[in-house]
Design a protein around this ligand. Structure first.
Ligand code: FES
Ligand code: FES
Length: 162
């Protein structure tokens, strides 16, 4: 079947098996290199993309569900204000991520920053733990995500001013 969708702001049409995984289509057919196809069963989160604005593991999304929808990978996300805020916070805390999870972790933190509401603590933990990181401390990754949110809400600035 032909699947037309929007990928990082541009129209794309792929001739695919309806059950082909979005993760495979993005890597093998669209040249997207940022995401990892690691576990392939929705556990590690390293294949995360935004599908209509929702962070999802792309290995769980069959191509027939992508028709007419909007997909953003790290390549499209990295120019956004949400990415800049997340990257700044991680940099300030000295959290250096390796290539296995950096794209997905930045997108997870960015999804919290871009959320239209103030994420709850459980949302922060759930979102950041959706990406399995074998190198960095989970505590530090959470602290960086919280810092990005504080900067968004201005809490960091007000605290720094006192
Ligand atoms: S490769 Fe998709 S969640 Fe692990
Ligand atoms: S920094 Fe290496 S897997 Fe996260």
């Amino acid at each position: 079947m032909n699947v037309q969708f929007t990928l990082n702001g541009k129209s794309a049409t792929l001739s695919v098996d309806p059950m082909e995984r979005l993760s495979d289509a993005l890597r093998d057919r669209c040249g997207i290199q940022s995401m990892m196809n690691d576990c392939g069963i929705g556990l590690c989160g390293k294949c995360a993309v935004f599908l209509d604005g929702q962070l999802v593991p792309s290995c769980l999304v069959p191509m027939f569900k992508v028709r007419g929808r909007t997909v953003v990978t790290w390549e499209g996300f990295r120019g956004t204000a949400a990415h800049a805020a997340a990257a700044k916070a991680f940099g300030e805390l000295g959290v250096e991520l390796c290539g296995f999870c950096d794209a997905a972790t930045m997108m997870a933190a960015g999804s919290l920053v871009a959320a239209p509401h103030e994420p709850t603590e459980s949302e922060i933990v759930e979102t950041m733990s959706s990406v399995y990181c074998r190198c960095a401390s989970p505590t530090t990754v959470l602290a960086a995500a919280r810092r990005a949110l504080e900067a968004k809400s201005g809490k960091g600035r007000s605290r720094a001013a006192h």
